[in-house]
Write a protein that binds this ligand. Structure first.
Ligand code: ATP
Length: 212
């Protein structure tokens, strides 16, 4: 009997840090979005574009891993850490389909990214060879009648949270623990104080003393 490919959504981002908006969306897509799994692909720091605001690669990945532990439909994926940088989605998708032939990969992007999608590297190739799942983002209207056949809009609940909000809140010394998964939050703020000074880290080297 022929086995069906595992429908796997690829949800990329810097996850700096991962928050409940990302997790609720990925969770929803697994349960209601016609996907068997969603892989959260953590994009690595571009070595030529050092961003002092970007937490180190290993910590961002560890926070995603901690958040998804125990829910097998979500996975943290570090494939882009091993690809040439800057990493382009077409290379990520090609690598994954080579490494996991038993899966059928779809790209998961927000409405904001869909509206700019034609500027992506190899946009036509992605459209031709992969399905795309677009989820709503506030302020970015999608004309569903104009979507190509391989692109589908899913209606998902929206949580108004961003990593920028979390970073700023921590810099201001706020305790915003309920905006993150508790296990990720513990990695980011190992002390009970939510102060970002307690977290430290900006250079791309693992450290126990991290700061933005
Ligand atoms: P930042 O504030 O640092 O720009 P972010 O919160 O937008 O970060 P990213 O790591 O850039 O997070 O997000 C990865 C993907 O998740 C992006 O495609 C982004 O559109 C989406 N995303 C971000 N926040 C939410 C949210 N609250 N709900 C659903 N999707 C989100």
């Amino acid at each position: 009997m022929e086995t069906l490919p595992i429908r796997t959504g690829i949800f990329g981002g810097s996850f700096n840090p991962v928050h409940i908006g990302h997790l609720a969306l990925a969770n929803y897509l697994c349960e209601y979005g016609e996907l068997d799994e969603v892989w959260m692909v953590v994009s690595p720091q571009n070595p030529f574009k050092k961003d002092q605001q970007l937490l180190n690669d290993d910590l961002r990945l560890a926070m995603v891993e901690a958040a998804v532990a125990g829910y097998p439909k979500l996975k943290a994926c570090d494939v882009e850490f091993r690809l040439p940088r800057p990493s382009y989605m077409i290379s990520t998708l090609r690598r994954l389909e080579t490494d996991y032939p038993e899966r059928r990969f779809s790209l998961v992007i927000g409405a904001d990214n869909w509206l700019a999608f034609r500027h992506w590297k190899a946009a036509e190739e992605i459209l031709r060879d992969f399905d795309i799942v677009v989820y709503p983002r506030p302020g970015y209207a999608i004309d569903t009648a104009a979507l190509p056949a391989s692109v589908r809009l899913v209606e998902t609940p929206l949580l108004e949270v961003s990593s920028t909000f979390i970073r700023r809140a921590l810099q201001e010394g706020k305790d915003i623990r309920y905006f993150m998964h508790p296990a990720s939050y513990r990695l980011l703020c190992p002390s009970s104080s939510a102060s970002i000074e307690a977290v430290g880290l900006s250079e791309n080297t693992p450290s126990t003393e991290n700061s933005f």
